[in-house]
Design a binder for this molecule. Sequence first.
Ligand code: ASP
Length: 315
Amino acid sequence: MNTFSIAIHGGAGTIVKEDMTAELEEAYLQGLKEALEAGYAVLEQEGEAVNAVKAALAVLEDNILFNAGRGSVFTKKGVQEMDAAIMDGSDLSAGAVAGVRNVRNPIELAMEVMRNSNHVFLSGKGANDFAIKQGIKLEPEEYFYSQFRYDQWKALRDSDNYSLDHTNHQIEELLKDKKFGTVGAVACDSKGNIAAATSTGGMTNKKYGRVGDSPIIGCGTYANNKTCAISCTGHGELFIRGVAAYDVSCLVEYKGLSLQEAMNEVVHHKLMAIGGEGGMIGIDAQGNYAMVFNSAGMYRAAKKSDGTCEVDIYK
Ligand code: ASP
């Protein structure tokens, strides 16, 4: 049996201990542990990597602390528009959605696109129509509301600024107890198949149907058994321009770098060179994982069948 393992993230950015209360820190760690265990349980029962990443993400989407599903950030118009993607490294099948509303678990909708549509990427109203047709669980607006995200948006809504959960120097003062939160998972199952998934509310005050890197295959999410599975978090525009997730895969495939080396190269050199703050988690088909970020912190956790287990926030 192959070593199986899972890694998850809950967003990267200016996450520093000084800004955190003990209760909030505990709540984040607890949220990460619950999601990690949900994904790991699937792998332990010899489930597929793709089901493990979906299970972990659904738990994070349901947790109001993270910017995905419930607790997603507000757009310029004061609503939540969510993006998600999932990819199966065993056959390169993938499903993604962008700008969906009222969908309780966007990752389930992305999985549905992968499994039961002839397409890879659905957006906006069409994606919502598909959710209704497939019987995906919907929730009213209030379900997604969180006071913190609302206050965060109120501080920006009269401006043209948009902000990552992560870092926003202009409104740093207003966001003393900043929350972070795009969520992602990568897993390697006992058969040596790997998968990646990412889900997000995107950026506060985003407009014109802005879509980030998370649902774009090759940018925020990618999986290929031959190389690695990657889920990114950070300033999406830069991760799109850097084709970040696929770039890691290319460095492994064509340059022979290890997963860790390839992720270091992309996160610390290539993304940094264009101002791309954030991080990513990755896994390979031998069950090795890495979690790399160029920001002050990244909510992250990982567990491996050899007994390794870690849950961390800061550098
Ligand atoms: N990458 C996401 C986006 O740009 C945001 C994040 O990771 O927090 O939509």
